[in-house]
Design a protein around this ligand. Structure first.
Ligand code: HQG
Length: 331
């Protein structure tokens, strides 16, 4: 039996079920080292030397000794209510939470809750979150607006092994994040599906509702993921003209709404102007009726006068370069 297996067994004892080997933890989560060794050694090879090695080499630094090594405890991850004297700390602006796809609906509805543990576990990078999420099937990753949460008086703790902990994360602070091509594809399809439900020529539809679609989606997905999703639809040759046109419309409406929000001091989205124009131009250049639309969007993006400026977007070298970055060479 390897060390990691013994370590896993120890995590069961020190976080969840000390009674399995007939020991108990004090209010700070400490167990007596001599008791732990005797109890664990009944089923796993363990002595002081091995225990020290486990504490030193555990891949997630799960355990700590007290100073004279007579006591040991898990740094975090408990389901039994102990006070491991976590350090309250200011979190970075964003943290990440990895979970399984199967929990998505429930999380989108309720936010992140600790379930059987005392805290929701968060990591500083996407890679770790993907790993944690993979323990629950197909992983998905949420970005957590920890900086904003802290401003709103939520408390954060950092455990001795670098995991960030907080009691719960309500939905307004989480957004789906992309982390690989497969995940992006799923997001692209979800976005395309939502856009397809909008009527293209519905005159009764207010422009603000089209903008709302974008602002609503931006609550669910990180803005980078959403923008990338929309770009991917434009880059996909197999979508319909209506799909491309719809994106042009939603971008335009969202852009205008964004200007209004900026003036009102509300949260605004950060558009990649040149990429949007370049991709829309590329996609819609064969649709005559789209010419005015693209020009309107260009004018609004760059604060140009619609009537008195010249329609020459392709003379903009930067736009050509943008397309080249996506592997598109205009003939
Ligand atoms: C999910 C490992 C439905 C949550 C890792 C998670 C970590 C919801 C699962 C540490 C939900 C609980 C913790 C909601 C949250 N509806 N599901 N509203 N809110 N969930 O194992 O974060 O190897 O208790 O997303 O590295 O996966 O043990 O938590 O998927 O740091 O040291 O409910 O465990 O470290 O699962 O993992 P867990 P976790 P160790």
């Amino acid at each position: 039996m390897g060390l990691s297996e013994t370590s896993k067994y120890m995590s069961l004892i020190l976080r969840h079920k000390p009674e399995t080997i007939g020991i108990s933890l004090d209010e700070y989560g400490w167990a007596r080292v001599d008791e732990l060794i005797v109890g664990v050694a009944k089923t796993h090879e363990l002595n002081m030397e091995i225990l020290e090695e486990i504490v030193r080499t555990d891949n997630k630094q799960r355990y700590s000794f007290n100073e004279d090594k007579t006591l040991i405890r898990a740094n975090q991850g408990h389901s039994i209510p102990v006070d491991v004297e976590l350090e309250k700390m200011s979190p970075p602006k964003y943290l990440y939470h990895g979970t399984g796809e199967k929990f998505r609906e429930s999380i989108d509805e309720q936010g992140l809750i600790p379930k059987s543990r005392l805290y929701v576990h968060l990591s500083v990078d996407i890679e770790t979150a993907v790993k944690v999420g993979s323990r629950h099937g197909r992983p998905i990753v949420y970005r957590v607006w920890s900086g904003r949460m802290q401003k709103d008086r939520y408390e954060f703790y950092k455990s001795a092994n670098g995991v960030w902990l907080t009691k719960k994360v309500p939905t307004q602070y989480i957004k789906r994040e992309t982390f690989d091509a497969k995940e992006l594809k799923l997001i692209v399809n979800e976005i395309a599906e939502i856009l397809r439900k909008l009527e293209l020529d519905d005159d009764s539809m207010e422009d603000t509702s089209r903008a709302d679609v974008i602002f609503e989606l931006s609550k669910k997905y990180s803005w980078e993921a959403l923008q990338q999703g929309l770009f991917n639809i434009l880059l996909d040759d197999n979508r319909t003209g209506d799909d491309y046109y719809q994106i042009a419309l939603v971008f335009w409406c969202a852009l205008l709404e964004n200007e209004t929000r900026k003036k009102n001091g509300q949260t605004k989205l950060k558009f990649k102007k040149k990429t949007i124009i370049a991709l829309l131009y590329y996609r819609l250049r064969e649709f005559e009726q789209a010419e005015n639309l693209i020009w309107s969007i260009t004018c609004d993006l760059y604060h140009l006068d619609y009537c008195n400026s010249e329609y020459e977007p392709m003379k903009d070298e930067k736009i050509i370069l943008k397309l080249e970055q996506y592997g598109i060479i205009l003939k």
